[in-house]
Design a protein around this ligand. Structure first.
Ligand code: UDP
Length: 242
């Protein structure tokens, strides 16, 4: 079998990806469908790191807007990502995919602490490694956590699963003529403030030459298709936009 284009990837899922109809924060059916997408690419021979956000449960910035201490809110947000990571782990193990959760905030009875060399060994054994609690510090986001782990784990690309099929020059939900980029440079994303990931996450990927592939995670089979160079997505790289 030939080596796939992106052998080792980091998949970043926002917490909202796990939400169902009617505002259920973690919908087991929806989470199960996400797990199927991950299992499919695992079966294709890819090595998978996963970072899950926590926005479906709590964001520190929203707490701060209501008068809460920002750092406290951020720690709550990080704990929310651990809940999501356990939900994704459970869904994957229900369909026979071996996984480990590693948290940036040590939680010995719940999951492993983040240990890079141990994570590496899990990947070598074919396990999906789910990284929880972002970078483990307040005032960061799981986008930045994803970029950091992608760099540390030497991932070939960071796949950002969203509810749109790429990066547009305007909001496609508001501007019908908005154009989707096939490729776009990190610098343009930052200069034009295009909605991809936080600026710190984009800069970290740029400095470490990690392509960011933005695609729609909700479409069945999309992750596998985009990994095979099919389907619709936008790749953020060093190259200027097309
Ligand atoms: N968070 C944090 N440090 C991190 C990662 C996350 O403080 O390294 C907190 C922060 O409050 C954030 C929340 O956890 O809003 C949930 O993460 P995020 O907003 O990135 O989740 P997503 O939008 O991807 O669902």
């Amino acid at each position: 079998m030939s080596t796939p284009r992106f052998k080792r990837i980091l998949l970043k899922l926002s917490g909202e990806v796990l939400m169902g109809e009617g505002g259920l924060a973690i919908d087991p059916a929806v989470t199960g469908r996400v797990a199927e997408e991950i299992a499919a690419v695992r079966a294709m021979g890819h090595e998978l790191c996963v970072v899950v956000g926590g926005g479906n449960i709590f964001r520190g910035i929203s707490g701060a807007a209501r008068g809460m201490d920002r750092a406290t809110g951020d720690y709550m947000g990080m704990l929310a990502t651990v809940m999501n990571a356990l939900a994704v782990q459970n869904a994957l193990e229900q369909i026979g995919v071996d996984t480990r959760v590693q948290s940036a905030i040590p939680m010995a009875s719940v999951c492993e602490p983040f240990i890079r060399r141990r994570a590496e060994r899990h990947l070598e054994k074919g396990r999906v490694v789910i990284f929880a609690a972002g970078v483990g510090s307040p005032y960061f986001t799981t986008d930045t956590g994803a970029a950091l782990r992608a760099a540390e784990m030497k991932c070939d690309a960071l796949f950002k699963g969203t509810s749109v099929d790429g990066v547009y020059d305007a909001d496609p939900k508001q501007v019908p003529t908005a154009k989707r980029y096939e490729t776009v440079s990190y610098d343009r994303v930052l200069a034009d403030n295009l909605k991809v990931m936080d600026a710190s996450a984009v800069a970290l990927c740029r400095d470490n030459h990690i392509p960011i592939v933005v695609f729609n995670i909700r479409g069945e089979g999309n992750l596998a298709a985009v990994l095979q160079g099919e389907g619709t997505s936008t790749i953020v790289t060093d190259q200027e936009s097309q």
